[in-house]
Design a protein. Structure first.
Length: 401
């Protein structure tokens, strides 16, 4: 009986839970404007504005807006309309006499900066503005506020904030030039030129390539990004629409596609985002045949291991065979009586391994080796003759007797 009840309860909870998530957790409410400097009437007339960028209204009951140092902790309540604003005024509703506040709070923001966090009813951080080291924008003298440019970009990105056009800012209204600023797109960093092959072993026109690396933990759309050749016969290639690079992955662009010629004598490349900003660049001098120019943690290096579409591997070319050549002389041990029957050529040997280096040192060593071999042969012959003579004398002595 209890098992049936638990199964029914689990099924019922699973049916309604998604509805709650989609209704109350759109991840689209942001801290939109901050009057950390107060107003001309009083420095304590601070206010903060939230903005709902979603298509539905949102209940803020159980939500909090806090500063990391504990100076401000606001328990939110009420509802924020779709594409609408929610105004928080400090102390009383007289902070902005002509605009009604949605909520009054206590506590003041430091003029030196704060770290603000917007937390939902489940304890999740929905938005944050990390100005702990100082406010990104705003002016304490003119009382111009700090306005957010784009609600879809991180609030901790300094480039996503501006100082309001007019003193007092735009409480419960669209931010200064917000329409113009929203048209400007923001592009991620950590996109690099990672490896290039200027001098392939096959035909250059078919086998040259350029590799781009996405060093982010998320997919990046690189549509309309550009690669520009900066030396010699310069050319710019625009990456077509719909081209994406997965997280921590690569995009390899072949020369037949880019039409960019990588000069073997040296060249340079720039990677630009659609705003025309150079995000990465590389130059190289004379390119070795069959080696790629690869980005490393400490710079760039030539490598004989080509890794298009993969993590770079740095390998240096092998030493030439001439340098690898060995020259060795095996010393002959003292000739023993039993060794006399061994053929002369086995008693002493000079052996050359590998290719012979062409140098004066080699001629000297070779001459010494030949001299040792000849000298050893003479000694062996002399010993043989002496032994034979002694045997004849012994035989003659015996015969005389």
């Amino acid at each position: 009986m209890w098992m049936k009840f638990l199964i029914f309860f689990f099924f019922l909870g699973g049916f309604f839970l998604p509805l709650k998530i989609f209704a109350d957790f759109p991840l689209s409410v942001v801290i939109n404007e901050i009057a950390w400097m107060g107003t001309k009437e009083s420095f304590s007339n601070e206010w903060i504005e939230l903005y709902n960028n979603s298509a539905t209204p949102l209940n803020l009951v159980g939500w909090k807006l806090i500063t990391e140092d504990g100076r401000v902790e606001i328990n939110l309540e009420g509802e924020i309309p779709s594409k609408g604003f929610f105004l928080l005024e400090r102390t009383d509703d007289e902070t902005l006499p002509t605009i009604k506040a949605d909520l009054i709070y206590k506590g003041g923001l430091s003029n030196k900066g704060e770290y603000l966090k917007l937390i939902d009813s489940e304890g999740k951080i929905i938005d944050e503005v990390n100005c702990a080291s100082g406010w990104f924008e705003g002016d304490n003298e003119t009382k111009r506020t700090m306005e957010r440019k784009n609600p879809s970009i991180s609030g901790s990105n300094p480039e996503n904030w501006q100082t309001s056009e007019n003193p007092g800012g735009t409480p419960k209204a669209e931010n200064s030039q917000v329409k113009i600023e929203r048209e400007e797109k923001f592009y991620p960093t950590n996109i690099f030129i990672n490896e290039i092959l200027p001098s392939p072993e096959g035909p250059d026109a078919e086998n040259e390539w350029i590799e781009i690396f996405n060093g982010n933990d998320f997919e990046v759309d690189v549509s309309e990004w550009q690669i520009r050749d900066t030396i010699g016969d310069t050319k710019t290639y625009t990456i077509p629409k719909g081209k994406k690079i997965e997280a921590n992955s690569f995009l390899v662009l072949q020369r037949p596609e880019t039409k960019i010629t990588l000069q073997n004598s040296g060249d340079g490349l720039e990677l630009l985002n659609p705003n025309g900003e150079v995000v990465h660049q590389v130059t190289y001098e004379k390119a070795p045949l069959g080696q790629s120019y690869s980005r490393t943690s400490s710079g760039w290096e030539w490598s004989t291991t080509l890794t298009p579409g993969k993590e770079n591997i740095i390998t240096q070319p092998e030493t030439s065979e001439i340098k690898k050549g060995k020259f060795s002389i095996e010393k002959t041990e003292k000739i023993k009586e039993e060794d006399q029957k061994i053929p002369l050529e086995k008693l002493t040997s000079a052996k050359i391994e590998g290719k012979i280096p062409k140098s004066s040192n080699f001629l000297i060593i070779f001459s010494v080796a030949v001299a040792i071999a000849v000298g050893s042969a003479i000694i062996v012959v002399f010993l043989k003759k002496r032994l034979v003579g002694e045997e004849l004398e012994m035989k003659e002595g015996e015969w005389k007797l």
